[in-house]
Design a protein around this ligand. Structure first.
Ligand SMILES: *Cc1c(COP(=O)(O)O)cnc(C)c1O
Length: 428
């Protein structure tokens, strides 16, 4: 057995960590078997505790857009660490990264840094509620906005992978303020707004969904939401934790030309360290303490190591904006290659892609929302996952996750991946 050491490490982990993992998506519960333990990573490759090398299509679920252990980021963190790792006092680097983010992203004037995407989204809806004086929010089935209570209603990602999209522990009082709509369905949103007149504070969504596979917004969907929000005095929140600084410098707002009222970030913005952020115009952001009445805080928020990693990452993306084009081209190449070999082998599939996000669904119909994503064949996916792992390719152990490409991938890596799919497709 190749992954003997990983299995032994997993047994030890399970004794002291629930399920042996600190985030459920890392477990192989959905696909079967034990998770692989990673020892180190560089560029596009993972080096496992078992001595194997894997081409990585998770990239820490998004942050490593320029590859693992990207030299400038490593150097920036090392240099900062020597000067002290946390102060709980303001530092100049926080203003530096804030100014850069504000210059890269359309429509925002101020930004506050937190420690995760969960915190960013949780704080964004509190701010929206405080600002509008209304309680209810609309979210979409299959969208994931972190694990705070209000969002664990028909959530995507690990929540749906493990069969608990509505988590126990969320009170009915909280759940009743989260209204649920179908992705890409404006009529559904209109229905909810009409049924709850004057009560909706915000509509939150992944403007390109990535937690039920990758699902791009239908033509006019984002524009329609913008209009509905304007008409009904509702704040539009784009959760760009996955898409921000990945699909374009300015995220989906730039790509699609639709502006949100509040935008949330995570993943890429931290360059691989724990960072989240939320941003808006000054009027909305100044509703936050210490200027305004909405409270939000964090002992380690704006942590110097995290800011050094994030600043280095954003600076690199800002000065090398060809990266986004290069990533999109690599992803398109992969898309074409995968579609070709899967079709050759008669495997029923549907591939969604936008920029450097791509997902393979073993479904015959186009995947446009949670229902169509859930119609995919999970048995086929599980075989596919393990087959790919055997071939040295690491994709997310769930049919509901996007693949995240890194610019460190070479065309040789992509060809190897396509060949691997060809091998695996024979047994699907
Ligand atoms: C990952 C993710 C989150 C949660 O971020 P964490 O850092 O895991 O808390 C929120 N929203 C979206 C769209 C995400 O992909």
């Amino acid at each position: 057995m190749i992954y003997q050491r990983s299995s032994a490490l997993f047994s030890e982990a399970q004794k002291v960590i629930p399920g042996g993992v600190n985030s459920p998506v890392r477990a192989f519960k959905a696909v079967g078997g034990d998770p692989v333990f990673v020892e180190r990573a560089k560029g596009a490759y993972l080096y496992t505790e078992d001595g194997t090398t894997l081409i990585d299509y998770i990239n820490s679920w998004g942050p490593m857009i320029l590859g693992h252990a990207f030299d400038p980021v490593v150097k920036a963190v090392q240099e900062k660490a020597e000067k002290g790792t946390s102060f709980g006092m303001p530092t100049a680097i926080e203003t530096e990264i804030a100014s850069l983010a504000v210059s890269m992203v359309p429509g925002i004037e101020k930004i506050r840094f937190v420690n995760s995407g969960t915190e960013a989204c949780m704080s964004a809806i509190r701010l929206a509620r405080g600002y509008t004086g209304k309680d209810k929010i609309i979210k979409f089935a299959g969208c994931y906005h972190g694990h705070s209570d209000s969002f664990l209603i028909q959530a995507g990602s690990g929540a749906v992978t493990f069969g608990s999209p509505n988590s126990p522990g969320v009170t009915q009082g909280t759940a009743k303020d989260t209204l649920l709509a179908d992705y890409n369905n404006l009529a559904d949103v209109k229905r909810l707004i009409e049924a709850n007149p004057g009560e909706i504070a915000a509509i939150i969504l992944e403007p390109v969904a990535g937690n039920m596979g990758c699902i791009p917004p239908a033509e006019g969907f984002l524009e329609g939401l913008r209009q509905l929000c304007d008409d009904h005095n509702i704040l539009l929140i784009f959760d760009e934790v996955m898409t921000g600084f990945r699909l374009a410098k300015g995220g989906v707002q730039e790509l699609k030309g639709v502006t949100a009222d509040i935008v949330t970030f995570g993943k890429v913005i931290g360059g691989g360290l724990p960072v989240g952020a939320f941003a808006a115009n000054s009027k909305i952001m100044d509703y936050l303490a210490p200027v305004g009445p909405v409270y939000q805080a964090g002992t380690l928020s704006g942590n110097p190591l995290a800011m050094a990693a994030g600043l280095t990452m954003l600076t690199h993306l800002n000065t090398h904006s060809k990266v986004f084009l290069s990533l999109a081209e690599k992803t398109a190449y992969l898309h074409e290659g995968l579609a070709k070999v899967l079709t050759q082998h008669g495997v029923t599939h549907s591939i969604n892609r936008l920029g450097s996000m791509i997902s393979v669904h073993f479904a015959k119909d186009e995947v446009i929302d949670f229902k169509t994503a859930a119609a995919g064949n999970n048995d086929t996916f599980n075989k596919f996952f393990h087959g790919m792992l055997n071939e040295g390719i690491y994709i997310a152990p769930s049919a509901f996750e996007s693949w995240f490409l890194t610019d460190a991938l070479s065309y040789r890596d992509l060809d190897k991946t396509i060949d691997a799919v060809g091998q695996v497709a024979k047994v699907l």
